[in-house]
Ligand binder design. Structure first.
Ligand code: DC
Length: 219
């Protein structure tokens, strides 16, 4: 049997709270944390800054290959510039979803993601962590919540009310991105047969973190 890697793989749809849960689990265990979505967001932003269309797969893949990215705690740098806020906009989220559909872009970011694993251990979140990046992860989790609850969490995060036109837009964007991530031909978002389902619709962050730590303590 292939040896299990010291990795907790957390996959799930956008705005499900993966990042919050994953980074807290990493802190609790003294593991490193990889936000793989940030790499796709950085690629989309880099393309925008270089005036390369997101639909130009070959050109975007070339940019992904040489992505001048650096992570420092919660901060993300592109070419030395702090772009932590810029990569979190809905527009760049849609761009990330678009460039993530290009196989060459995914290939360009594959080894970079694997390189985050050291002896310390790693908690990584994304869409294909358990299926493609770390198929031998010690624990795999499919973390999700209803689209309504995810939209409410996103609205609160950016200080918007959970009703009205702006809220409806957030909900529609989340649903559109879910569709794109699930239907794409390459590395689609799926719950693997060997992944634990963690539905956080009714769970607090603390309860979600505890569940992950419990699963990890049992391997
Ligand atoms: O998790 P996120 O919202 O930051 O991800 C942004 C986009 O990147 C999302 O639409 C899908 C894509 N993505 C991916 O295809 N594979 C990953 N491992 C992580 C993100």
């Amino acid at each position: 049997m292939t040896e299990r890697q010291k990795v907790i793989a957390i996959d799930g749809p956008s705005a499900s709270g993966k990042g919050t849960v994953a980074s807290r689990v990493a802190a609790a265990l003294g593991f490193d944390y990889l936000d793989s979505g940030a790499l796709y967001r950085l690629t989309a932003l880099f393309a925008q800054k270089k005036c390369v269309e997101w639909s130009d797969g070959a050109a975007v893949a070339a940019l992904a290959e040489s992505l001048p990215a650096r992570f420092d705690g919660q901060q993300v740098f592109l070419d030395g510039e702090d772009v932590s806020a810029q990569i979190r906009t809905e527009a760049i989220g849609m761009g990330a979803s678009a460039v993530a559909q290009v196989p060459e872009v995914r290939q360009a970011l594959l080894q970079r993601q694997r390189d985050f694993l050291t002896d310390k251990g790693l908690v990584a979140d994304g869409r294909d962590i358990g299926s493609v990046i770390f198929p031998n992860a010690a624990v795999k989790i499919f973390l999700t919540a209803s689209a309504q609850v995810r939209a409410e969490r996103r609205a609160k995060q950016i200080g918007l009310p959970c009703e009205g036109v702006a809220f409806d837009r957030i909900l529609a964007d989340i649903k559109a991105r879910d569709e794109a991530d699930r239907r794409r031909a390459v590395a689609p978002l799926v719950q693997l047969p060997d992944a634990h389902l963690l539905d956080t619709t009714q769970l607090s962050i603390e309860e979600s973190v505890k569940k992950v730590l419990d699963w990890y303590s049992k391997v």
